[in-house]
Design a protein around this ligand. Structure first.
Ligand code: HEM
Ligand SMILES: *[C@@H]1O[C@H](CO)[C@@H](O)[C@H](O)[C@H]1NC(C)=O
Ligand SMILES: *[C@@H]1O[C@H](CO)[C@@H](O)[C@H](O)[C@H]1NC(C)=O
Ligand SMILES: *[C@@H]1O[C@H](CO)[C@@H](O)[C@H](O)[C@H]1NC(C)=O
Length: 459
């Protein structure tokens, strides 16, 4: 009797406790506030951090501010990096990029001597990966040192892209595969190996960056000078919860993935068209002679940017290089009006850049690579640049825009001034992007463009 009574009391207590948690999590007026569910439902969270860990709850609150104040948080994180990727900072790094480009030029010379075929997209991926890794880590991944330019890197990027559409509908597949022990995941999906290798590279660099510190004469510990990006993210003035290994890894991964494949694609597209229709290359070269008196003259970005035809080539390359994905924007507090339709506040709105860049009203014969359209627009003082939305706009727009332009201006100038190449087993169909896998792909296979170097310009 006594025992039953106790049990009932206990059950009633437990039911009350559970109902209260459900109420707090789902029906309480404050339940929509972001934060850990444990903290919202009971005082155990606070008890643990303040009582068991002796007064540490305040720092948990600091962490939560970072984790749950997402919009402001993005602004904060972005603010740390904005200056590093400004036009001014990027121009200061132009000499480093130029010396990386000289390594690429060396491969072209070798290919000329040996008569070998170069895979341009692989070569350009190695170039852009070496540049962004140096920018981030202070040391290059040195893909240009390898003869075939290969690394785990591209395979990893392809692996991620191959999940793109599936991921939209089944967002748990990749996280689940990543939770499995690596050898199991690789059995299920052998191509994951490259992804894990790539992640491992990033972890190694991040670890080194976080552990290498230098001590000044006054005994102050400072982060080592290991690449301006990591140095900035790891600076003691940045709040501690923002300086974790995970954070460095995440940022390192985003920069490497975002800063490599797309820029290489823009270069591939430019080099394809310049050599598919040689009259474009001839025009460009005669313009380049003005600022590069000899084929191996060093280049000056500010001067290159003034050249109308080169600018046309760069802009056409960017017009053909865009994410096909619809990247949404949300007007949080205002209604949007489109013709007679009202879009309520808070509705995500998106459109693919494809429909802007390939709009025949903006760019007649949109499929054709025509640098002249930019030269003519510039003469008429028309601003066509405002219709290039490859980097999108607004607070989440691409941070790497200025870096991209410097890479394109320099690489196109150096290669076009000096090398004659002949495309190898490709056709204009390779430039018809009819499949959307994040980026556009031709009907068959990857965007792979191979070429032979048939001459080196002597003067
Ligand atoms: C042809 C070259 C490039 C194209 C077409 C491109 C395109 C884009 C696009 C479409 C976005 C997403 C914008 C949105 O959500 O609306 C983005 C974001 C981003 N890109 Fe790029 N990108 C390029 C080069 C680079 C480079 C060289 C870097 C290296 C610094 C880079 C780093 C980033 C980062 C870090 C973000 C995330 C920005 C944020 O969320 O604040 N991108 N890019
Ligand atoms: C590049 O050219 C501009 C304009 O001609 C000049 O002002 C600048 O000093 C040059 N920069 C370098 C690094 O030579
Ligand atoms: C052209 O438009 C772009 C994008 O709106 C803007 O950033 C740029 O300053 C404009 N250029 C001129 C010359 O007005
Ligand atoms: C495309 O490239 C990836 C990465 O190099 C490779 O794994 C894949 O087999 C290629 N696909 C085709 C059809 O060539």
């Amino acid at each position: 009797m006594q025992f039953n009574y106790m049990l009932e009391l206990l059950l009633a207590g437990l039911t009350y406790f559970i109902l209260k948690i459900i109420y707090r999590l789902y029906f309480h007026p404050l339940s929509k506030f972001p934060g850990p569910k444990l903290a919202a439902s009971t005082h155990l969270f606070e008890f643990y951090h303040d009582v068991v860990r002796h007064g540490k709850f305040l720092w948990e609150i600091e962490k939560m501010h970072f984790e749950y104040g997402t919009h402001e948080h993005h602004r904060f994180r972005r603010g740390l990096l904005n200056k590093l990727f400004s036009k001014k900072s990027v121009h200061e790094l132009a000499p480093m990029m130029e010396s990386t480009l000289r390594k690429l030029a060396f491969h072209f010379e070798e290919a000329y001597k040996r008569g070998t075929v170069i895979c341009l997209d692989d070569a350009f991926t190695a170039l852009t990966a070496d540049i962004i890794s140096y920018y981030s880590y202070g040391e290059s991944l040195d893909f240009l040192e390898a003869d075939d330019f290969k690394g785990e890197f591209r395979e990893a990027a392809f692996e991620l892209l191959s999940f793109l559409h599936i991921n939209r509908f089944f967002p748990y597949i990749i996280p689940t595969l990543q939770l499995l022990p690596h050898w199991v995941a690789c059995k299920v999906r052998p191509k994951m190996t490259a992804l894990f290798e790539f992640q491992n590279t990033v972890v190694q660099h991040s670890l080194r960056s976080i552990h290498e510190t230098t001590t000044t004469n006054e005994g102050i510990t400072k982060p080592s000078k290991r690449g301006i990006v990591f140095e900035t993210l790891n600076h003691p003035s940045v709040p501690a919860p923002e300086r974790t290994l995970q954070r460095l890894q995440d940022e390192g991964t985003i920069l490497l993935v975002a800063g490599t494949e797309v820029v290489a694609r823009a270069l591939t597209i430019a080099m394809f068209h310049l050599n598919w229709d040689k009259s474009l290359l001839r025009k460009l070269r005669s313009e380049l002679v003005q600022v590069m008196p000899t084929p191996s003259s060093s280049v000056n970005c500010s001067e290159l940017e003034q050249l109308p035809y080169l600018t046309g080539v760069v802009n056409e390359a960017m017009r053909h290089t865009y994410s096909m994905m619809r990247l949404p924007r949300v007007a949080r507090t205002e209604q949007l009006k489109y013709e007679k339709y009202i879009i309520p506040a808070g509705t995500p709105v998106s459109m693919s850049s494809h429909f802007v860049h390939m709009d025949p009203n903006l760019f007649p014969e949109p499929e054709t690579f025509k640098p002249e359209r930019w030269v003519i627009a510039a003469e008429k003082k028309e601003n066509l640049t405002k219709f290039i939305v490859s980097f999108t706009r607004g607070s989440r727009a691409c941070i790497g825009m200025h870096l991209t332009y410097v890479e394109l201006y320099q690489a196109i100038a150096i290669l076009a001034r000096r090398f004659d190449i002949e495309l190898y087993e490709c056709s204009i169909d390779d430039m018809r992007f009819v499949r959307d896998i994040g980026l556009g792909y031709p009907e068959k296979g990857n965007l792979t463009i191979r070429a032979r170097v048939t001459g080196i310009v002597q003067q």
